[in-house]
Design a binder for this molecule. Structure first.
Ligand SMILES: [Zn+2]
Length: 451
């Protein structure tokens, strides 16, 4: 079956042709491990896990290499470790362990390889040396910078003018920069920051890599100079992916770093941008305390990956209802039973630029075909448990988490402020349906669980 994918590079859907049929290679930017991952971080992990499963189905499980990195050297990590008064390694190990646990609960398979930045410093330094040798980078005051004007094709992925790029990158003007757009490949470290000796730091002093060079070096090490698919969230298009392309193409004299660039859309919570200051910041871990991982996974896949997603209690509730229905149909079928029964409609939808909403609609058509339902949902990482295992998971969970209820209460207040009474009533009724009673009083709105 042919797969078509939307390519950010060409702004169109294209027939997917791997460089090698027996080794399809995909790189996805992974987490910077300093804090709990939030549900926005879960989106690319679930989306590209679904693509990974599809590629393995189409090309064979042994013919796909999926690399997702772990950024374990970064200024955010240094700042957090200093704040908590813990060793950097302790913080990154703990956070990475939590991340792996969270995404395993979302039924995400382990990628073929999860390279760590700190284990690829040598490869990063080799890449930087190559860029200096070829005239694309220069050393200055303990830094090495990529000289953007040296690359004629810079900006092709994001398609922006230099002015827009400067605004988007919030470029730092520094005396050692030849051009304001030049970005850091290597920078000096103080004594309490992690650092490695390098040709660009004085004897006895150390430095550390910039974020962008980490991905270029790890992708080259595990997938080669040019590979098939590079993925990540749409927020990474510029500057991160643009800079990865600049580094990799200039170092290796190639026209492309990857043939297909794929980006998932933004995530909002109950119609609002997620932020710590608004108080609607939700971690994967919090979601998993209140919902089975499969519910969160299905809720994520109910929206097409390129569309913005609105993360709501309503969607989670709908996902849980769907899973209840489907599990009751498949009953106690064992995993792997009926593996040859994958429905053509489901497969066709997934091959069409990973059209998961269409694939899910197709699953609803399979109520008289339990084997096909289980096998087809399995391709999306769903219905992998038995009915009794599912019942255990679903029973353990309270239905709503506080942060989500609070977000709904806020959304209702907003609707009332806008005199959108219909929307305000809809939110109140929706909560009531889920056993949450709202009380409006002089002190504001409070809520309680219906007993
Ligand atoms: Zn990256």
């Amino acid at each position: 079956m042919d797969i078509t994918l939307y390519n950010t590079l060409t702004k169109q859907k294209e027939l997917f042709k791997p460089i090698q049929q027996d080794n399809v290679r995909m790189y996805v930017c992974g987490p910077t491990v300093y804090d709990y991952a939030h549900i926005g971080n879960a989106r690319p992990v679930i989306v590209f896990d679904t693509l990974y499963r599809l590629l393995m189905h189409v090309y064979g499980a042994d013919h796909v290499t999926y690399a997702r990195n772990i950024t374990d050297v970064d200024d955010k990590i240094n700042a957090r470790a200093a704040k908590e008064g813990v060793e950097i390694r302790e913080l990154t190990e703990r956070t990475n362990a939590q991340f792996q646990k969270d995404i395993t609960a979302l039924n995400c398979l382990s990628p073929t390889v999860q390279p760590r930045a700190t284990e690829h410093i040598g490869q990063m330094q080799d890449l930087i040396s190559l860029l200096i040798e070829k005239g694309f980078a220069y050393a200055a005051e303990g830094h090495v910078l990529f000289h953007v004007p040296a690359m004629a094709k810079y900006g092709k992925l994001s398609n922006r003018s230099v002015d827009e790029m400067q605004a988007g990158a919030r470029v730092e003007v520094a005396p050692y920069k030849k051009d304001p757009m030049d970005f850091v490949l290597w920078k000096p470290s103080s004594e309490d920051e992690p650092g490695w000796p390098s040709p660009w730091n004085e004897e006895g002093e150390k430095g550390r890599p910039g974020w962008h060079i980490e991905c270029s070096a790890m992708a080259k090490t595990h997938l080669g100079e040019v590979f098939d698919i590079h993925g990540g969230g749409v927020d990474l298009v510029f500057p991160h992916h643009e800079n990865e392309i600049a580094q990799s193409c200039c170092a290796h004299d190639t026209d492309k770093m990857a043939n297909y660039w794929m980006h998932n859309g933004f995530l909002q919570v109950e119609g609002e941008t997620m932020s710590k200051s608004v108080g609607n910041f939700i971690t994967i871990n919090e979601v998993l305390k209140d919902w089975p991982g499969q519910v969160a996974r299905l809720a994520m896949l109910m929206t097409h990956y390129r569309q913005p997603i609105n993360w709501t209690v309503k969607t989670l509730t709908e996902a849980q209802k769907n899973l209840n229905t489907w599990y009751n149909i498949v009953g106690e079928l064992e995993e792997g039973e009926g593996a040859l029964e994958i429905n053509e409609g489901v497969l066709g939808a997934l091959c069409d630029d990973l059209n998961t909403p269409k694939a899910i609609a197709q699953l609803h058509q399979l109520k008289d075909q339990p084997e096909a339902l289980k096998a087809s949902a399995g391709l999306m990482g769903l219905l992998e448990d038995s009915l009794s295992e599912w019942r255990n998971q679903a029973q353990d969970q309270p239905q709503l988490e506080e942060a989500v209820i609070e977000a709904a209460v806020q959304a209702r207040l907003q609707a009332r402020d806008n005199k959108d009474w219909a929307e305000a009533d809809r939110i109140r009724d929706e909560l009531l349906e889920q056993g949450i009673i709202l009380k409006d009083g002089p002190e504001g709105t409070s809520w309680q669980v219906k007993t």
